[in-house]
Design a binder for this molecule. Sequence first.
Ligand code: AFP
Length: 340
Amino acid sequence: MQRSINKANTPSIETSRIAQPIGSTLDRFIKSNQDQFAYASGELSQLLRDIALASKVVNREVNKAGLIDIMGAVGSQNMAGDDQQKLDVLANIRFTRALAKGGEVCALVSEEADTFADLNNEGKYVIAIDPLDGSSNIDVNVSIGTIFSIYRRKSPAGTPIQQEDILQRGADQVAAGYVLYGSSTMMVYTTGHGVNGFTYEPTLGEYFLSHPDMRMPADGKVYSINEGSANSFAQPVKEYVQYCKDQKYTARYIGSLVADFHRNMLKGGIYIYPATAKDPNGKLRLIYECNALAFVAEQAGGKATNGSMRILDIVPESLHQRTAFYVGSKNMVDKSGSFA
Ligand code: AFP
């Protein structure tokens, strides 16, 4: 006798409760969205995968930092004059190696090096990276991050790298993002078509799409600024901080840009590193810190300025240029600008 198959009673693999679906891997997501890129040749996809791979290695080092002797300062200073922590150096090596092996990048600008590194001269992309931001937090187990910014080179492949390849406006970025090494590790990036966040699953060694189409709330109640420097803020900044207090906003300042940014991205808020008497151009670096986060913020509906001008419109004049940075929920950044 032939048995009939009752489809209605057949449990669907897709919806089975026995094993919850775990969503798209970063790899699969990059591949399925490749057609959105202006130059859909697969090289930018590979570059993003190289970044993800290096971040997994850095994540491993960050996680075991407390266990072995790789914590603490290495004894030298980077271009910005900060003490270089061992993990900074290590992260720089990991990202540089992964990007050099991938072959898509012709030049790499890093916080950890005075000038750009020539990678593959046939590569079509320029990358600017802060391999491990918030390094003064490493020794105390506080969240740190990697920030990256990707540009299409302007000079023809195979020719010497030009200044115009390196010093591009943030508005010319083709992709940007960050990795947050926090209570879980996340990679968040944009290719100019919205922002997506992926959470790392360490036992599987994969990033999974956990935060699709991230949107930054237009308003928030959190302000993040180092008020210890308040005496050297300009009057408009002092007034804006007072305004935040009058509004009974909550102050939250981790001192780790990626972590502060990410919290505000999810919950709404503003992060400010203003010009101060000590740092008249602010402290943060335009090319490998602010541009990337400004691009992510705008793609998520947020805003980023230097207090008056859109960050992405600033034409950089030097590799390690600093800028004041106001980033976060659009209405809050607009309000802060009204005090200028
Ligand atoms: P470090 O990498 O030296 O810890 O600097 C971190 C940072 O660039 C950024 O992540 C913080 O938001 C900001 O500096 C903190 O600077 P202040 O200590 O001056 O507030």
